[in-house]
Design a protein around this ligand. Structure first.
Ligand SMILES: NC(=O)c1ccc[n+]([C@@H]2O[C@H](COP(=O)([O-])OP(=O)(O)OC[C@H]3O[C@@H](n4cnc5c(N)ncnc54)[C@H](OP(=O)(O)O)[C@@H]3O)[C@@H](O)[C@H]2O)c1
Length: 337
């Protein structure tokens, strides 16, 4: 039987998730939600800018609990916002409909780090309604946490983990380039970042804390920060013209200390024109050096969300993290249990 799926949030990521779900025969897209007046009430095909109808009307999110129940939705693929306090009412409506949830919310990937009380509330509610809730994506969710944790499986000793992600910001969607402050002055960038009006990457600490938990260690402390990188020559993306001295990207980092020493370090370079790669170095026995030629973040996020469907459907009820998922992988054909 195909699984009944809803998509919640139809920005670039939610729309990509919807398109990929619609390509599959083992997933049945039966409901879609957004709040934007130009999307609500329209056929999903129109919102996805297809020339054919899908037969699913986009509903306003205040109606989600009823619509999810009426359509027997098994699982909601949620991608509206980053911060848990903002998405909390949306999650509650989905949980009360008794649908499982997979969300791209960065802070939901490891909500006990930044929002311990809200995490407990969600966990209790999910158990009460017998549903599972997971936050995931390419990062957080994979590159700075699940992937390095998996690489340590062949080490008898782990003395330090250093993960670097380097990506070309010009290849990413408008909302990504905007939240990374492209074309702002350095002062504007710092002001907007401090006021929370742009975020750049969120999740350094969530990833480090989750990785440390997987390794069974308690870090002394975690620090995280981000600084702007500035253009040394004029740059152009599909959405921004960047003059010399304006923000062309960011360098962000998180460091987890153990016994006063750096034990986990993660670094993100997201800048227009940057070479794309990920590199993970593990000092230990044996030492590990792993390198990729980059991971296309938007499609990888859609993949993470969809690929975790069978894992979440067969997980125990409650709020779970990627470290609770056994052997994450793609699925070619849906098989639950
Ligand atoms: N973990 C990861 O690796 C990862 C990767 C990629 C993205 N993300 C996160 O995933 C989220 C989605 O990304 P995006 O680029 O698509 O963001 P976006 O451009 O902000 O799109 C979000 C969409 O959700 C809609 N929305 C907002 N509040 C809603 C609500 N209460 N109910 C229903 N829909 C609502 C928005 O409508 P309006 O436009 O009207 O506000 C918009 O259409 C972001 O928080 C992003 O940071 C995480």
């Amino acid at each position: 039987m195909p699984v009944n799926v809803a998509v919640y949030g139809l920005g670039p990521i939610g729309s990509l998730i919807a398109k990929k779900v619609l390509e599959r025969e083992d997933l049945n897209l039966v409901a879609a939600f957004d709040i934007a007046p130009e999307k609500v009430g329209k056929d999903l095909g129109e919102v996805l800018q297809w020339d054919k109808k899908v037969g699913v009307l986009v509903e306003h999110d205040i109606n989600s609990e009823t619509v999810l129940k009426n359509n027997n939705v098994d699982i909601v693929l949620h991608s509206t916002s980053t911060y848990l306090d903002k998405i909390y009412p949306q999650l509650v409506r989905c949980i009360k409909s008794t649908a499982d949830i997979i969300s791209t919310s960065e802070t939901l990937c490891n909500p006990w780090y930044r929002y311990p009380e809200m995490a407990t509330l969600i966990d209790e509610l999910a158990k009460k309604y017998c549903v599972t809730v997971l936050g995931t994506g390419v990062n957080p969710g994979f590159i700075f946490d699940t992937l390095p944790a998996t690489l340590t499986a062949c080490c008898t000793k782990v003395e330090k983990i250093h993960a670097i992600r380097s990506l070309d910001a010009s290849k990413r969607r408008f909302s990504f380039q905007k939240k990374y402050g492209l074309s702002l002055s350095v002062n504007e960038f710092n002001e907007l970042l401090n006021r929370g009006q742009i975020t750049a990457h969120v999740g350094y600490a969530e990833s480090i804390d989750m990785l440390a938990t997987a390794l069974g260690i308690k870090l002394d402390r975690i620090v995280e920060g981000q600084e702007p990188l500035v253009a040394e020559r004029p740059l152009k993306t599909d959405y921004f013209n960047i003059s010399v001295g304006q923000v062309s990207g960011i360098h962000g980092y998180g460091i987890g200390y153990l016994n006063g020493k750096e034990f986990i370090k993660i670094e993100l370079f997201a800048e227009v024109g940057r070479e794309e790669f990920e590199e993970i170095r593990i000092e230990g026995e044996p030492p590990i050096a792993w390198r990729s030629c980059g991971t296309a973040g938007d499609i990888a996020t859609a993949a993470m969300v969809i690929n975790m469907i069978p894992k979440v459907l067969s997980s125990k009820p409650g709020l779970i993290r990627m470290l609770d998922i056994p052997f994450p992988s793609a699925f070619i054909k849906l098989k639950i249990g």
